[in-house]
Design a protein around this ligand. Structure first.
Ligand code: DX5
Ligand code: ZN
Length: 223
């Protein structure tokens, strides 16, 4: 399992401090949420902030595009230093072409599915994917409660991946904390995103250390 703290919940006036915390705390990736006020009601960060973050950390950047028309600014996100780009299934009618563009642009390609979108809809696009992001909240806001149905979706997706014989990681995003992370990992999730559980805690460093410890335990159990 790999851990991806979500900057959305960090102190936005001190992103450099949040990135330091991620590096020192042993995060594997930094999750970067882009919201456009259309696909989701909220606004968050865009390309200039991504560039600034890229310049401040050596960690891979996991860019989650919660935007309508993700094809429109895709090249700019790639050029700004996204290591992985996630587009929403619900926002991308020409998904096959879009995923091909992400890979050609040198990033790993991921697709996110909302809680109401069945994993089975991804069956024909699996060969184009490096990972699938199963949303465990409705996208648009940090700090929401985990939707347990996401665990069943991860298990179904794991079976689909095994049957198809491709190598695809499963990522989960929303409401993950130290109480449910073990259940998330045992449902077959490879990358856990956590925002408010880390940055909203009184001592983010301690929580990150605790979640990293759970990650090590999960790794040893799978050896
Ligand atoms: C929600 C975002 C998440 C969010 C997760 O729309 O995609 O990445 O930051 O935050 P928590 O962990 O607080 O649910
Ligand atoms: Zn996200």
């Amino acid at each position: 399992m790999r851990l991806a703290p979500s900057l959305l919940a960090a102190d936005l006036a001190d992103l450099a401090g949040a990135l330091d915390l991620c590096e020192k705390g042993g995060a594997d990736l930094v999750h970067f949420d882009v919201m456009d006020g259309h696909f989701v009601p909220n606004l968050s960060f865009g390309i200039p902030v991504l560039k600034a973050v890229r310049a401040r950390t050596r960690l891979a950047l996991d860019v989650h595009l919660m935007v309508a028309n993700p094809d429109r600014l895709l090249d700019d996100y790639l050029a700004a230093g996204a290591s992985r780009v996630i587009v929403h299934w619900e926002a991308a009618p020409h998904l096959d072409r879009l995923l091909e563009r992400i890979r050609k642009g040198g990033a790993e390609a991921g697709v996110a599915i909302n809680p109401a979108t069945p994993v089975e809809l991804l069956v024909d696009v699996l060969p184009r994917l490096d990972f699938v992001l199963v949303m465990s909240v409705n996208p648009g806001f940090g700090g929401q409660a985990f939707l347990p149905h996401a665990l069943d979706k991860a298990r179904r997706l794991r079976r689909m991946i095994e049957i198809s014989g491709v190598h695809i990681e499963i990522e989960m995003d929303g409401g993950i904390d130290r109480d449910n992370i073990a259940r998330v990992v045992s449902a077959g999730v490879d990358v856990c995103v956590a925002g408010s559980a880390i940055f909203g805690a009184g001592d983010p460093q301690a929580i990150l250390a605790e979640m990293s410890e759970l990650r090590e335990r999960a790794r040893q159990e799978t050896v």
